[in-house]
Design a binder for this molecule. Sequence first.
Ligand SMILES: *Cc1c(COP(=O)(O)O)cnc(C)c1O
Length: 357
Amino acid sequence: MVHKKLFIPGPVEVNGDVLARMATPMIGHRSKNASDLQHRISDKLRQLFYTREEILLSTSSGSGLMEGAVRSCTLKKAAIFSVGAFGNRWYEMAIANHVPADLFEVEWGQATTAEMVDQALSTGQYDLLTITHNETSTGLMNPVEEIAEAVKKYPEVVFCMDAVSSMGGTKIETDKLGVDICITSTQKALGLPPGLAICSFSAKAVERAKQVPHRGYYLDLLSLYDYIKKKDYQYPSTPSLSHMFALDYQLDRILAEGLENRFRRHQEMAELTRSWGRKYFELFADERYLSNTLTNMKNTRGIDVAALNKQLGERGFQISNGYGKLKDKTFRIAHMADCSLNELQELLDNINDILKL
Ligand SMILES: *Cc1c(COP(=O)(O)O)cnc(C)c1O
């Protein structure tokens, strides 16, 4: 079987050296080596997240920490801002956990605005809000700098951000934005296999969680934090040490590339895909807020995306159809993690060749 190089928005193509680190021989999760491993990972992640706050890992996918955040840190009511499928998922998580929440959804392809956030928070009803940084179902990146300015007027509100498909692919200055819990997964712009979730966890989030009586168990962020603090950077249950070995190594690679270089490479890949998309199709999301890690094309030519993908597969590539209700209306090309401009150009050339564009 030909390996298909993945241009889907997670899981992404993983570098062979990084994959090999998953096969590192096991160590005890209560050993000094395990503590050292977490210390190294946390120090490097703090650089990537632009934060001085604590870093938590969860052996779950990113959804685990999203659920943990809304449950562990909402005391009154959560304001959930949604620009697509993943924003809606956060609302469903709140409801499933009996966490009081209101959903503020915009039309898919549009952004959450600072005005919307200000208006909702000014009611005084909410003590937690969630924002999607990069909405993978629509290909939109929210204007988080402006949103953050609005949130700063409400210091009682814990600010949670879903950066699952963008952290590692674009600059997200967690502390400067005032984000208390910034969440990502390993299998997207970080370029690792799926199975581990990562978040920053601020002192403010810690204080809030202490007041929340029923935080669940496995995804109780306060219990993860307490263990990190009291047991020298270990976890209440056995973490995926294999992912931690690979993450430690991949973070070295990311920092060796240089964060600014990495973000610039993503910007260039986004621009290449957008200009291709504008030339042959149309872009789905609002032009002012396009994602730097994936591009969502409107299927204006009525192509058979499944058939295209089948032919691409024979040539060793895979792209993605639309998400959820956009399944046949759009198709998506991810350009994140360790993908190069040349690889992306090769994909686009193959699509042009197959579609005779
Ligand atoms: C993929 C994705 C998620 C879900 O992450 P999992 O790691 O699959 O649980 C959440 N939000 C966004 C924006 C995503 O792209």
